[in-house]
Ligand binder design. Structure first.
Ligand code: ZN
Length: 161
């Protein structure tokens, strides 16, 4: 397999920046490569689309608008929750990011305001509304195994099942 395509297992080194400021929001440089199975919803779709056809050793630079990344912010996702629904004695501070289980699986939210009665939380993805720039180097491309295709994700070092 010589280029990134549907059902490739791809290893990349990447750096994500906010194009307005140049600030790095995420990178794995000097760490382990990021390994993912292409075309199974493991990465944001725009990221995979931009990497299709890339060859081993190639570096691609691209910018994703929010629509192709984590979506726009939705004010309806800012909600008030009674303080009593949080565990008693739990410290809640503005800016905290908390995890919870929902019907759709694990989710994260940010505390934007808190008092004795209510907690105002923002359920928008923290990257929602942001345009994101990526620099991505392909360091390995291989075919997925049948197990990986059946599971819908890559099996790398430390991934046992
Ligand atoms: Zn698996």
């Amino acid at each position: 397999m010589s280029v990134v395509e549907q059902d490739s297992v791809v290893s990349v080194m990447y750096t994500g920046t906010f194009p307005e400021s140049g600030e790095v929001f995420d990178t794995n440089v000097n760490q382990q490569p990021l390994v993912f199975l292409v075309g199974h919803g493991n990465m944001i779709e725009g990221f995979e689309q931009e990497m299709l056809g890339a060859a081993m050793g190639e570096t691609r630079e691209f910018t994703l608008t929010p629509e192709r990344a984590y979506g726009s912010r939705d004010d309806a996702n800012v909600q008030s929750i009674p303080r009593s629904q949080f565990p008693e004695g739990m410290e809640l501070e503005v800016g905290m990011v908390l995890g919870a289980q929902s019907d759709q699986g694990p989710m994260q939210f940010t505390v934007v305001d808190v008092n004795d009665e209510i907690v105002i939380v923002d359920l928008n993805h923290q990257m929602a509304g942001h345009t994101l720039h990526f620099s991505v180097e392909v360091v390995e491309i291989r075919e997925a195994t049948s197990d990986e295709l059946a599971h819908g994700h890559a099996h790398g070092p430390g991934h046992h099942h």
